[in-house]
Design a protein around this ligand. Structure first.
Ligand code: BES
Ligand code: MN
Ligand code: ZN
Length: 484
């Protein structure tokens, strides 16, 4: 059960509703628009503000007033991020106070605070349902509803749909591979389509073979489970774009490394997260369709696990990809680029306006910038990359662009095939991007390596721990901004 967002024109008169006030940075005393408080409470609140407290509660006995003061930051985006974090802090207090319904009254200048605070509260309230059989552990969440005072009803509904998209992505990432095989994943995407209104088509093994998707088939060889290739499509009447946006997500439901087995303990343990790119694209499609966004968008998800079973592909194998290029497989743990490559060359048939892929592709990207950001590369115009970077700042799912300089092509040269899949010890995130570039031909393209932020072993504010749903808010913001 997740949090429900609603709106009200004004605060309810004369009742004892729990309320959070969002005040502008530097507020030294409760402003006149704040609800009238008993004298002692007013004095207490003013003292807290004068002492520069950013988050505090005023106990009014019949109900509670929480006060959040916005931070003094250089940009509106940074102020919003601090408010998301305040939402995280506030959530703990609401939980302790067993608040079920909370009114949100935003008194900041641009009235941009409520949205960010609601995001922080909503994302913090996320809980993976999991598989516990003990009924007591299934206690319902305390906080059930946020009432955003003065907000447009449609805006609140849109925000809730977007956050449900994030929730969906997180749930999918948190499901282990024995509960989410490639076939299960395809079914989950189809079910999401049913709920949200986008269409899905799932290619099975025979269809994937007939398309000669040599990358996806090679990675799947060592698995007892068949691969799937899922197409999600949202094509509303009156779509503003003539050519579709195509999203591509890496859907490795578990990555053992294959015969180039990952050296456990450690590196294999979290690899149920290796479909986080595909989960993010599912979340984006969910939000776009639910919100009836007038854009034509297609999402492609090649899915399989990567295992060392009897028929597994082996280091040294040369495979022929869907595009016709040959690849010398020097390491079976560099599997993500092989399945993405087939989806990228398949994408060409849509004559896309832009293709964006997201993938937990390289440890190299994670080591370079950590969980704090997304590594981006691509061939799209600088203005497009800039628009994405701005969306990144607004959503705080920030991107850092890495280069695709010609010289890096050296890293993936092969003696006996067109390219190799391994690269060199240095610049691993880039050689992976360089590899994908060979297949992303005929359209502008952006690659997002989300290996750092996709899955967190320790909680990080409102992002929580485990699956974060990273890139859902980023891509939704980016795509909807294209409308303006
Ligand atoms: N799924 C991994 C990358 C990964 C690492 C994701 C850490 C999330 C967290 C990917 O398939 C992989 O194994 N990449 C190798 C590539 C190498 C063999 C060229 C890597 O980064 O070590
Ligand atoms: Mn791998
Ligand atoms: Zn992988």
């Amino acid at each position: 059960m997740s949090l429900h967002l609603t709106t009200a024109a004004t605060l309810p008169e004369g009742t004892a509703a729990d309320l959070v006030l969002i005040l502008p940075a530097g507020t030294a005393a409760l402003p006149a628009e704040a609800p009238l408080l008993p004298e002692a409470a007013q004095r207490y609140a003013d003292e807290q503000l004068a002492a520069d407290r950013k988050l505090f509660a005023v106990n009014l006995y019949s109900h509670r007033l929480y006060v959040v003061v916005a931070a003094d930051k250089k940009t509106p985006a940074l102020v919003a991020e601090e408010l998301r974090k305040s939402g995280h802090g506030l959530h703990a207090q609401l939980k302790a106070d067993k608040v079920k319904t909370l009114y949100v009254l935003d008194l900041t200048a641009q009235r941009q605070g409520a949205r960010a605070l609601a995001e922080g509260l909503y994302l913090t309230a996320y809980q993976f349902e999991g598989y516990k059989t003990d009924e007591k552990s299934k206690k319902p969440a305390d906080l059930e509803q946020l009432v955003l005072v003065g907000l447009d009803e449609a805006e609140a509904a849109q925000l809730e749909n977007l956050l449900q998209g994030v929730t969906l992505a997180r749930d999918l990432v948190n499901m282990p591979q024995n509960k989410l095989t490639a076939t299960d994943f395809a079914e989950q995407m189809a079910a999401a389509g049913q709920r949200a209104g986008f269409t899905t088509e799932v290619f099975d093994m025979a269809h994937i073979e007939s398309l000669r998707m040599g990358g996806l088939l090679a990675v799947n060889q060592g698995s007892p489970e068949p691969p799937t290739f899922t197409i999600m499509e949202w094509k509303p009447e009156g779509a503003r774009n003539e050519r579709p946006y195509v999203l591509v997500g890496k859907g490795v439901v578990f990555d053992t490394g294959g015969l180039s087995l990952k050296p456990t303990p450690g590196s294999m343990d979290l690899m149920k997260c290796d479909m986080a790119g595909a989960a993010a694209m599912t979340g984006v499609m969910f939000a776009l369709a639910k919100n009836q966004v007038p854009l034509h968008v297609v999402a492609l998800v090649p899915a399989t696990d990567n295992r060392p079973g009897g028929n597994a592909f082996a280091p040294g194998d040369v495979i022929t990809m869907h595009s016709g290029l040959t690849v010398e497989v020097l390491n079976t743990d560099a599997e993500g680029r092989l399945i993405l490559a087939d989806a990228l060359s398949f994408a060409r048939k849509y004559q896309p306006q832009l293709v964006i892929d997201a993938a937990t592709l390289t440890g190299s990207a994670a080591r370079a910038i950590g969980k704090e950001g997304i590594v981006a590369m691509g061939t799209a115009d600088e203005s497009v990359m800039q628009a994405l970077a701005e969306a990144g700042r607004r959503t705080h799912e920030r991107i850092v662009e890495f280069p695709l300089w010609d010289e890096y092509a050296e890293h993936i040269k092969s003696d006996i095939a067109d390219i190799n899949n391994l690269g060199k010890a240095e610049a691993g995130a880039i050689s992976a991007g360089k590899f994908l570039e060979r297949f992303a031909e005929g359209y502008p393209w952006i690659h997002l390596d989300i290996a750092g932020p996709a899955f967190l072993a320790a909680p990080d504010s409102y992002r929580g721990k485990n699956g974060t749903g990273t890139a859902v808010r980023l891509l939704y913001d980016f795509l909807t901004t294209q409308l303006k």
